[in-house]
Design a protein around this ligand. Structure first.
Ligand SMILES: [Zn+2]
Length: 311
C-alpha cells in the first residue's frame, strides 16, 4: 500500500516553544531565524512537531497578503497625533509572519432555573417633622416604598459561536482589538492552508475551553434572567444553568504578527489576516505631549487671569 503525501505532509515542520511568553508555534523548517513570532524573543526551544496534536475543524484563509499587511501597518503607523514625526521614516519593520491562532467555538443549549425577590414600588404618604419659621410642624411627605415577593422561572438560551481563545501568545485584548472576523468564510481544514504560514498550538484543551465557555454562557444567562424577573426591581437573583448538546470545534484564524524597531526599542503589532485591521504598540512623542500639556496649562492660566480681571 502506498499513499501519496499531500503538499502539507511533504513540508517538514517544527515547533518553537517560547520561554518568554509561553506560545508554541508550528513553522516550516524554512523559517531561518528561530524567534518567537508573538513576542520576538529568541529564548525558544525547537522540537519536531507533535503529529498527534489536535487538528482544527475549520479555518479562515488569509485574504490580506504580506504586501497588504505591510501597507496596513504603514498606514496605521502614520495615524495618531502623539506619534513622533519621524516614526514612519525611521521605524524599521522586523520580520512579519503569517500565523494561525487557535480558537474553540462552542454551540450549546442552556437550560436555566432562576429565583429572585421581585420588588414593586408604591408611593405612600408619611408625616414628617420639619421646622418652619422656628416652629416644629408636621408635614405630609410622599415616600416610595418597595414590597418584596418571591419569584422564579426558567429560561432556555441557544448559543452558537461562543468563541474561546486558545492562544497563549496573543492576549485577549489584542484579539478583541482586531475583531471582527467573518465566520461565513470558514472552510473545512486542510493542511495545505498552512503552507508558508505558522500555526500556534492550542494552549487550552477542549475541557479547559469548555469551562471558559460555560462561564461566558452563564454570565449571559444571568442577564437574560434579570430581564425576566417581574416588578419594578429585583434582588437576590440566583441562576442555575445546565448546558445540553454542547458541541465544540477548533478553528484557526489568520493574523500577521510583526514588530518594528524605533530608536532601539521594539514595538509589536498585529494585523487581521482577513480584514487588514491593525492594532499594536507605538512610541509617543514626548515633545508633542509636553507641547499639548503646556498649551492646556496656558489656556487655563489665561482663563484664571481673565476671571480675576473681571471681578
Ligand atoms: Zn514569545
Amino acid at each position: 500500500m502506498s499513499s501519496t503525501p499531500g503538499p502539507a505532509a511533504a513540508a517538514p515542520s517544527q515547533q518553537i516553544s517560547c520561554r518568554n511568553c509561553g506560545a508554541t508555534t508550528d513553522f516550516e523548517v524554512t523559517a531561518n531565524v528561530l524567534r518567537c513570532a508573538f513576542c520576538g524573543s529568541e529564548q525558544v526551544v525547537a522540537q519536531p512537531s507533535d503529529p498527534n496534536r489536535p487538528t482544527p475543524e475549520s479555518i479562515l484563509s488569509f485574504v490580506i497578503e504580506e504586501e497588504q499587511a505591510r501597507a496596513a501597518y504603514r498606514e496605521w503607523l502614520g495615524n495618531g497625533f502623539f506619534r513622533p514625526g519621524d516614526l514612519t521614516k525611521s521605524a524599521s519593520l522586523r520580520e512579519i509572519r503569517a500565523v494561525f491562532l487557535p480558537f474553540w467555538a462552542f454551540d450549546a443549549r442552556a437550560n436555566t432555573q432562576w429565583t429572585a425577590m421581585s420588588g414593586r414600588h408604591r408611593t405612600s404618604v408619611r408625616q414628617v417633622q420639619t421646622v418652619v419659621n422656628g416652629q416644629s410642624v408636621l408635614r405630609d411627605q410622599q415616600v416610595q416604598e418597595t414590597d418584596w415577593f418571591p419569584a422564579s422561572g426558567d429560561h432556555v438560551g441557544q448559543y452558537t459561536w461562543e468563541l474561546v481563545s486558545a492562544s497563549k501568545g496573543l492576549e485577549q485584548a489584542w484579539v478583541d482589538a482586531i475583531e471582527p472576523f467573518n465566520f461565513g468564510e470558514l472552510r473545512a481544514y486542510d493542511g495545505k492552508f498552512l503552507l508558508g504560514r505558522g500555526a500556534e498550538e492550542a494552549a487550552l484543551d477542549r475541557a479547559q475551553a469548555e469551562d471558559v465557555a460555560r462561564k461566558l454562557i452563564e454570565a449571559k444567562e444571568q442577564s437574560e434572567c434579570a430581564r425576566l424577573v417581574p416588578g419594578d426591581t429585583h434582588r437576590d437573583l440566583r441562576v442555575s444553568t445546565a448546558l445540553e448538546d454542547v458541541a465544540a470545534k477548533m478553528i484557526f484564524l489568520p493574523v500577521w504578527l510583526a514588530a518594528f524597531a524605533y530608536k532601539q526599542k521594539v514595538y509589536r503589532f498585529v494585523v487581521n489576516g482577513q480584514t487588514g485591521k491593525v492594532t499594536g504598540e507605538a512610541p509617543m512623542s514626548y515633545l508633542k505631549v509636553a507641547l499639548v500639556v503646556g498649551a492646556v496649562a496656558l489656556v487655563v492660566l489665561l482663563i484664571i487671569a481673565i476671571v480675576a480681571m473681571l471681578k
